[in-house]
Design a protein around this ligand. Structure first.
Ligand code: HEM
Length: 146
């Protein structure tokens, strides 16, 4: 049981690294989109899509391993830092699902201002990074709020 729990914590932390780390690559890529030529634009967009997909898959492993930790570990689901993480998680799921994909879909539609979309993409990336860092803090510090 001890080995199992340790292995799940390890998988949980590795998926946390893969859910947060690649997000920092998004920022320079989004910045480069502003001045990119049409061909370079497609390459940057392809990279951005791969990063978002990677973060999304790792996020699923993060949630599943987190739930396994709750089921087999010492922390009940109603622990304050767990509930706060779950609440932030719902908000970030919303951002990843709507913010990124809608914006990326709009990119090649005519009638949409490229600058406006890139600014929105940049803002969404920062909000998502901030939410992930808040969850990372809650998980590592485990603050007892109530
Ligand atoms: C469904 C959401 C989540 C649940 C139910 C959950 C559950 C847990 C639990 C119960 C632990 C304690 C393991 C232990 O120390 O015995 C833990 C640790 C950890 N979680 Fe999560 N987690 C979730 C989401 C996240 C997210 C979104 C991140 C990062 C952004 C994250 C990062 C971590 C890290 C780094 C640890 C190790 C902290 C430490 O032990 O010092 N978790 N998680």
């Amino acid at each position: 049981m001890k080995f199992y729990y340790g292995a799940v914590v390890f998988a949980h932390v590795v998926s946390a690294v893969i859910s947060v780390g690649p997000l920092f690559l998004l920022l320079p890529l989004i910045r480069r989109l502003r001045t990119a030529t049409a061909e370079a634009e497609d390459i940057y967009l392809a990279f951005i899509r791969v990063i978002i997909r990677l973060v999304m898959h790792a996020g699923h492993v993060l949630v599943v391993s987190g739930i396994l930790l709750l089921l087999s570990g010492p922390w009940p689901w109603y622990t304050s830092w767990v509930i706060l993480t779950l609440a932030v998680m719902l908000v970030s799921g919303f951002f990843l699902a709507t913010g990124f994909s809608v914006v990326l879909k709009k990119f090649h539609e005519s009638g949409h201002e490229k600058e406006v979309i890139i600014t929105k993409l940049h803002k969404t990336a920062w909000i998502y990074i901030s939410l992930m860092l808040v969850m990372l803090w809650l998980m590592v510090q485990k603050p007892v709020v109530w």
